[in-house]
Design a protein around this ligand. Structure first.
Ligand SMILES: Cc1cc2nc3c(=O)[nH]c(=O)nc-3n(C[C@H](O)[C@H](O)[C@H](O)COP(=O)(O)O)c2cc1C
Length: 331
């Protein structure tokens, strides 16, 4: 067992969280992660309406007795979804943990905390982690440049970002971006985090509600097979390298290119079609550099069990032996 402030705070057996994932964070995956001793997170905006979210929370409860949470991702948008109503659904349904992500979470953090909900804020920079701490969140999850989704614009990988944050942040911290095995978990703990958050790795599990073709793409891709898109629009996103994401990069690099030139390729609804039908020509596949470490499609229980066993063995055997066998310092 690896126990940290994260396992204590969230009431889970293992310090492993499944981050919010649009179209993927549904009850099947979330309950499987939670049943395996991690923390699964439903993705609020995957549900078309707040009432659908209520039903999804109910469905998840029927599939697990273990703690699970909900991700609320706040996009800057001209016509935003009814965030306050999604938040109300989360509160009314008695959810105990929320992962907030994105822009200006203060209003949500205040309201969730007022209802006794544990809040983890996911961010991509030390300054944002500190600001979340000041806002009163209970933990932060920090995404390094390796991550799938939005790594921010600073381009600092986890190897520097996590210890830099650990030097300043006092609340418990999850390291996120690029984690997929026991080596990563040990590294995260060594860098000062108290657990890991994974996205891409959980997409290639038996319970992830994703077409087989997409899981095979994740397995076939190596660590170089991602594209950074939307750089030009200061909203960088890391996605799997596919024909569509190559096209997005090519169009965006043209002089004077504007978002409308790529809009037809990047719509969220098209990403959903890819995940449901396996048609890679339909839209983007969101995945990170950790693809290079993913070679199979285990169940969530097999995966989490394997990560914990590998991490324990590294700590107790390999690293422990290094210390024991080091020559004694000469006084
Ligand atoms: C398919 C997919 C969809 C994602 N959607 C969201 C989302 O809606 N909100 C969010 O906060 N993060 C989202 N993420 C990011 C993950 O929660 C997590 O932070 C990230 O995947 C960690 O990096 P990793 O993929 O290297 O493990 C998504 C990631 C993936 C792979």
């Amino acid at each position: 067992m690896i126990q940290t402030r994260i396992t204590q705070l969230l009431g889970i057996r293992h310090p492993i969280v499944q981050g919010g994932m649009q179209w993927v964070g549904r009850a099947e995956l979330v309950s499987a992660v939670s049943n395996a001793g991690g923390l699964g997170l439903l993705t609020a905006l995957t549900q078309p309406t707040p009432d659908d979210l209520r039903r999804e929370i109910e469905r998840c409860r029927k599939m697990t007795d273990a703690p699970f949470g909900v991700n609320l991702t706040i996009f800057p948008s001209i016509s935003p979804p009814p965030y306050a109503e999604y938040r109300r659904a989360i509160i009314d349904m008695g959810v105990k943990v929320v992962e907030t992500a994105g822009h200006k979470p203060q209003e949500h953090v205040d309201e969730l905390k007022a209802h006794g909900i544990t809040v983890i804020h996911k961010c991509t920079a030390v300054r944002h982690a500190l600001s979340a701490e000041r806002m009163g969140v209970d933990a932060v999850s920090i995404d390094g440049f390796e991550c799938a989704g939005h790594p921010g614009e600073d381009d600092v990988p986890g190897l520097v970002l996590i210890p830099a944050a650990a030097d300043k942040v006092r609340i418990p911290m999850l390291a996120s971006g690029g984690f997929g095995d026991g080596r990563g978990l040990v590294a995260a703990l060594a860098l000062g985090a108290e657990g890991i958050n994974m996205g891409t790795r959980f997409c290639a599990t038996a319970e992830a509600p994703i077409h087989y073709n997409v899981k095979q793409v994740i397995i076939a891709n190596d660590e170089r097979a991602t594209n950074l898109i939307f750089r030009k629009f200061h909203n960088t996103a890391r996605v799997a390298k596919t024909g569509i994401s190559d096209e997005v990069v090519a169009i965006s690099s043209r002089e004077g290119a504007v978002f409308d030139d790529i809009a037809h390729l990047v719509r969220g609804a098209q990403g959903r079609v890819v995940l449901e039908t396996g048609d890679l020509g339909a839209g983007l596949v969101w995945a990170g550099q950790v693809q290079g470490l993913i070679h199979d499609v285990p169940s969530c229980a097999e995966l989490i069990d394997r990560i914990i066993r590998e991490a324990e063995a590294i700590i107790a055997d390999r690293l422990g032996r290094l210390v024991e066998t080091s020559p004694r310092a000469i006084p």
